[in-house]
Write a protein that binds this ligand. Structure first.
Ligand SMILES: *Cc1c(COP(=O)(O)O)cnc(C)c1O
Length: 359
């Protein structure tokens, strides 16, 4: 079986070992004579998976008992609505930072629900970046402050996080578990799974428990964090199979040495790729160097024709998913935890040869 290097931004590559394990268990899970995806979400076997996935996340993020791990559906996009529904009461203001396409989408949805103050806006700047700390002026008594820790489309990432009086809320869809973070300043972290955690279908929410009490009575039960918290994320049928995959991916991550070990590999992968970009006049990085993402490496070639040829020839050599997001063009190499270093090395070799042939 020949696996390609898949640089897709999401859904994205999964650890091959995890896929092999899932395959081995797919038809007959642990001798029970059924697949885990066929089993009841109240079964003993599924219960163990559900709890292992939660415990692995708790361990990897070093979560205190102040925080709850929730498994929801609806993607990060669902959270764009659920966050303000739960945390932004009448008469309150939420601070949002606009750092790019995903932040803008979160802002648009929050504006439907309540009062939003966009406290920094660099979302349309090129080169791309996220706000600088000195640009942030918070609203006194803001309900919360929202950031997008990594802009998957533009390839810009917060190198560190702002200090806020209000709870910090972060969309970490594309960089959760890629680097160690101190969770304590955060009131809420959310992430769709299909970038760095597993397949699409489960949305992870890390919630400081006291915030669940804020929800106005007008919010339907299903859209309250409190409902899912009290039901241990089993209020309705959870996406059992994606959660099973999440359990395997987080188990794999712990076996790799956890987030610190993964961050060292991620740093090395990103550094060498950016070095290859900077070493050649042919390639131009899209993000300001101080805000370059370690997960989504974005760059341009001298023309759109060359970019199209780059994507096509890379695919012929077993490297897929390199086309930039349709809204911005260019090239994007997504190098999440599960992208092996050999994949980045292969891409760099290809880039050097391509620049030589076409430069
Ligand atoms: C992919 C992505 C989203 C959207 O996720 P869905 O699961 O498709 O809703 C939101 N925010 C960021 C930062 C993303 O990378």
């Amino acid at each position: 079986m020949q696996r390609i290097f898949n640089f897709s931004a999401g859904p994205s590559t999964l650890p091959t070992d995890v896929l092999i394990e899932a395959q081995a268990e797919l038809v007959n899970y642990k001798g029970l004579g059924l697949s885990i995806m066929e089993d009841s979400h109240r079964s003993k076997a599924y219960d163990a998976i559900h709890h292992e996935a939660m415990d692995n996340l708790r361990a990897l993020l070093n979560l205190s008992t102040e925080y709850e791990v929730l498994f929801l559906t609806g993607g990060a996009t669902g959270q764009f609505a659920m966050v303000p529904l739960n945390l932004l009461g009448p008469g309150q203001t939420a601070d949002y930072t606009n750092s790019g396409a995903w932040a803008a989408k979160a802002i648009k949805e929050a504006q439907v629900i309540g009062k939003v103050n966009v406290i920094a806006n660099c979302g349309k700047e090129i080169p791309t970046r996220v706000p600088r700390m000195e640009e942030l002026t918070f609203t006194p008594d803001a309900a919360y402050v929202h950031i997008t820790s990594n802009e998957t489309i533009s390839g810009a990432q917060w190198p560190s996080f702002p200090e806020t009086k209000a709870p910090l809320v972060a969309d970490m869809s594309s960089d959760i578990l890629s680097r160690p973070i101190d969770v304590s300043p955060f009131g809420l972290i959310y992430a769709g799974a299909q970038k760095n955690l597993g397949p699409a279908g489960v949305t992870v929410v890390i919630l400081r428990k006291d915030l669940a009490e804020r929800v106005p009575d007008s919010v339907p039960l299903f859209y309250r964090y409190k409902t899912h918290m009290e039901a241990n994320s089993l209020y309705n049928t959870p996406p059992c199979f994606p959660i099973y995959m999440l359990a395997l991916v987080t188990r794999w991550l712990r076996a790799q040495g956890g987030v610190e070990a993964m961050a060292a590999v991620n740093r090395r992968k990103a550094d060498k790729l950016y070095e290859a970009i900077d070493a050649s006049e042919f390639y131009q990085g899209t993000a300001l160097p101080e805000f370059r993402s370690t997960m989504n490496v974005t760059f341009r070639l001298p023309s759109e024709e060359l970019e199209a040829r780059f994507v096509k020839e890379a695919a012929q050599q077993g490297m897929s998913g390199l086309k930039g997001h349709r809204s911005v063009g260019g090239i994007r190499a997504s190098i999440y935890n599960a992208m092996p270093e050999a994949g980045v090395d292969a891409l760099i070799n290809f880039m050097q040869a391509f620049a030589k042939d076409n430069g």
